[in-house]
Write a protein that binds this ligand. Sequence first.
Ligand code: AMP
Length: 283
Amino acid sequence: MKTVTDPKAVQAWALTEKRAGRTIGFVPTMGFLHEGHLSLVRRARAENANVVVSIFVNPLQFGPTEDLAVYPRDAGGDAAKVEGAGCDVLFMPEPSAMYAEGFQTHVDVSRLSQGMCGAHRPGHFRGVATVVAKLFNLIQPDRAYFGDKDYQQVQVIRQMVEDLAFPLAVIALPTVRDADGLAMSSRNVRLSDRARQAALILPEALKMLQARCRRETLLSTTIREEFKAVLARQPEVELEYVEIVEPQTLSALTQAGGRVSAVLAAAIRVGGVRLIDHCRLGD
Ligand code: AMP
């Protein structure tokens, strides 16, 4: 595996591979890697001649009061992990190389970025779409792999790829969870034991509502109330949002479950850490 920090160098390498007819699979990440990330790398390995993983904690997608400064990092450990999962090129640019003095071009996937996490993290998806567009131009992937865990992010990227005609396939893979049910996240490392125990109420509440809505169509107001009632069992968990949305457009639904398929998505704060998770409702 080779590690590249220079954007121009990775682009030159990618163009050579493309000209030689060799495919490129790409997994963008912010590092501090876990099995969720590695599931994407392994899938990329199985489907492409080359696998590129990027590690870049993208300052553009963090708000001024968010956790950019304390976002967990472990470059050495990450390199060994991605190499073990079959990565050929690890791309780790410096922020100053991605955003040179005078940088001023952004990608705004306007409607899909508005609700859910977008409503609570102004500018977040603009930062995500912008960096992913730039990474796509540098790495020229045939296939790009994302986790379904960040559900809104996947929809934003799919729309961007469609609208701006990026010649690649977006592949979303299922959320990898720890044995206790908590969705793996780099941010989990910042949870105390107590906060982590409390955080388990999030997957528990989602599972409960998913079971409730398997055969029955419920009003979204009912789903929200029942979800909040479960979460209230853990007073240290603060709910940021819970939304019931149409799976592709992410527009709010007034009912869900049974034949009405929906996504139930939520964000919580616990012990100073923000966590997101979601599940499917209905067919
Ligand atoms: P991040 O480093 O958090 O930006 O995540 C990089 C990629 O890994 C994104 O496409 C995430 O959706 C994906 N990812 C993060 N956590 C998980 C997980 N628990 N299961 C599957 N994919 C994940």
